[in-house]
Design a protein around this ligand. Structure first.
Ligand SMILES: [Zn+2]
Ligand SMILES: [Zn+2]
Length: 258
């Protein structure tokens, strides 16, 4: 999918979700850190440009285009091929996310994502600038080596992955007894909760079944929309966003990681 339609689609979705946040907010009290999140997004885009040679040789799509990938999903029935690729990529995302909470040096970067005290649609873009490159040389590379995906499958996954905009939206929407089936703003809000009772739960990106299988599933109670953020991680200056892991307060014991 060309870059400009991708950007236009993302901006259109963000506009719709902003409207939803006004109509049905999960938390009317908390204010999101929009300015900080735009700085973080800019740093990520800059990091992507600087690190593009590294990313280019390892991203799953390019691996497939170059003939990489042990199993050719393009030869499978389209729905089965796309579903398999989505499940594999989501498992990769899941493994990386669990590692981000398990290893202090990874948490020192991922804590930036969790430090937003008013989770909203812009929080979806709040990741330390090195995060995408690390995924490119680990989980995305692993999936790219295992599966060869055609353009249709990659487009389907790209569209599905835009769902993370919705899961970070400050909106009172959950799936109740079906929470194990597909992620929702309420399910992911518990992962960002400031309440220690919610720590180490709901790591899934798209498929909460991985939380059920690997032990992290916590079904939200009716009307449960906790405050988000970290007690000790307030951002004091934009510079901190660029050097987040080494700004002196990044490390926390894994047991206390939300
Ligand atoms: Zn997390
Ligand atoms: Zn998140």
């Amino acid at each position: 999918m060309p870059i400009y339609p991708k950007i236009a689609l993302e901006l259109g979705i963000v506009a719709a979700l902003l409207l939803l946040e006004r109509l049905r907010p999960a938390s009317a009290v908390q204010r999101g850190e929009w300015a900080n999140n735009i700085v973080v997004l800019s740093l990520m885009l800059l990091g992507r440009i600087v690190l593009s040679p590294l990313i280019a040789v390892s991203e799953s799509g390019l691996m497939s285009a170059a003939g990489g990938g042990l199993i050719d999903l393009g030869a499978w029935p389209p729905v089965l091929g796309a579903a398999t690729y989505l499940a594999a990529m989501d498992l990769g995302e899941y493994a990386f996310h669990r590692a981000q909470h398990a290893f202090p040096w990874l948490w020192s970067m991922h804590s930036l994502h969790h430090s937003d005290r008013g989770m909203n649609v812009s929080t979806s873009q709040r990741h330390f600038w090195l995060d995408p490159a690390m995924k490119s040389v680990s989980v995305w590379l692993a999936v790219g080596l295992l599966f060869k995906a055609d353009g249709t499958i990659l487009t389907v996954y790209f569209l599905a992955s835009l769902y993370h905009l919705f899961t970070h939206t400050n909106v009172a929407i959950g799936f109740g007894p079906l929470s194990w089936l597909w992620n929702s703003p309420q399910y992911h809000r518990l992962h960002h909760s400031r309440d220690p009772a919610h720590f180490n739960a709901n790591f899934a990106a798209l498929l909460p079944i991985y939380d059920v299988i690997f032990g992290g599933y916590r079904r939200p109670a009716a009307g449960e929309y906790p405050d988000t953020g970290l007690d000790d991680e307030a951002v004091r200056s934009p510079l901190e966003l660029a050097v987040w892991p080494v700004r002196g307060r990044g490390g926390r014991a894994p047991a206390s990681n939300p």
